[in-house]
Design a protein around this ligand. Structure first.
Ligand code: FMN
Length: 182
């Protein structure tokens, strides 16, 4: 059966440069595995008072993650950390799928990430993602996570231009993922 990679963007804006990095990856994966974007914009804020019964929007996101063979996150950093919307999504994914259970949607899930950001190439977000995904017991692909530098032109046009080295890094990640999924 064809494998599925769930793409998760840490930015909700329509013209997200990170989403464009993900679209480039989707083009690399095309014809080899299926890929689709996770829509998690409708998640409520994590609040243990509303954890059970599981809110329908949370259930849908968990079901999509469960159905995927791998997740690939693309994220900017906000104030040297993971954007709140993405962290909120990961927080929901970190919690038991039902009351009293130990199982979560992310345990053992093949995961990788790439980050596009300003001068520091979102390295703080990348470090946080590595920490959080490990804590969630995801099966984090051991690779150099591609970090994309956004420059003035990217910001001014909202069109991402990937340097050769950045394309190569994303291609290398895709190759490792495809190898793991084979
Ligand atoms: C709230 C906020 C905080 C930001 N903090 C950082 C930061 O710490 N480091 C950085 O490189 N860029 C930062 N930026 C700029 C983002 O890198 C830039 O807006 C980028 O285009 C966002 O990613 P996107 O295009 O995928 O939406 C921040 C942007 C916002 C909106």
């Amino acid at each position: 059966m064809e494998k599925t990679v769930l793409l998760i963007c840490g930015s909700l804006r329509e013209r997200s440069l990170n989403r464009q990095a993900g679209e480039y990856v989707a083009s690399l994966l095309e014809g080899k595995v299926r890929s689709r974007w996770l829509d998690y914009a409708g998640l409520p804020f994590m609040n243990q008072d509303i954890e059970f019964p599981t809110p329908p929007a949370v259930q849908r996101v968990r079901d999509e993650v469960a159905a995927a063979d791998a997740v690939w996150l693309f994220s900017p950093e906000y104030n040297h950390g993971i954007p709140g919307v993405l962290k909120n999504c990961l927080d929901w994914l970190s919690r038991p799928v039902e009351r009293g259970s130990q199982a979560t949607a992310m345990q053992g899930k093949l995961a990788l990430f790439s980050c596009a950001g300003g001068g520091a190439k979102a390295r703080y977000c990348a470090a946080d993602l590595a920490e959080t995904l490990s804590f969630l017991q995801a099966d984090l692909v051991e690779t150099v996570h591609a970090q994309v530098a956004l420059d003035r032109q990217d910001y001014a046009t909202d069109v991402l231009t990937l340097a050769d080295g950045e394309q190569a890094a994303l291609q290398a990640q895709a190759a490792i993922l495809l190898d793991r999924l084979a």
